[in-house]
Design a protein around this ligand. Sequence first.
Ligand SMILES: O=C(O)CCC(=O)C(=O)O
Length: 240
Amino acid sequence: MDMVEKMREIIIDQSTDKSGGERPDLHTWDGGRLREGCYLLFEDRIFEQLVLNEYTIALMQYLLGRSMVLSTVYSHVRTKGDPALPLHTDQWTLQLSDPVSVAVANYALVDYKRDHGAFAAVPGSNHLLRRPVSPDETDVYKNPDCIPLEMSAGSVVVTAGNTWHGAYERKVRGLRLNTAVVYCRSYIQTQERIREGATQEMLDRNPARFADLMGVNNFLGFGREGPDFKKARALLSRFD
Ligand SMILES: O=C(O)CCC(=O)C(=O)O
């Protein structure tokens, strides 16, 4: 819960900064829409700890393979009056695939209840449907198979990138905050400039696995200096 509280503060700080108004109170805010939190990995070291969570990493590796990379650390900030978030899939590649190429660990930073803006999901859609949601199917209230994930702050749900999901409308005051940590296969373009933003300091203070997630152990993307194949060796050494 210490981590949850700290993440909430950092997200509210960034959202306030970008929204341009007064700092919203977590429990009482009723002042309209607020901006998202994003590029959070570079906002505070606590997110470095989060992306290395061994339980979610295990599930992510099961879904995406050992060579996965981090794509974004994002917060969907939901306030009273925000409409429901339409059902969608998170795999932004040309086609949905099974196995998937994108997956999300979505941490609830407040208690989730349906009318408080809970995460909405269609269980089994990742296996049974394996197609994007069409424009007339996006309403979370109309899909009979869509359920709210009612869970307490600090819980995490891992969804494969082809799972149909969204969020319910928030009907009460205060903020609905999450941290969505997205991982993807290494050949997919990441949502945020993770690799470009990674500093030597960040790499030095974290375990070796962190560098893999940052996408820096990869010789691709070179300039006039040419490819650095030592990085390719780092990638292959995992199989030693
Ligand atoms: O909880 C939410 O607001 C929805 C999150 C979502 O759609 C996502 O992570 O792609």
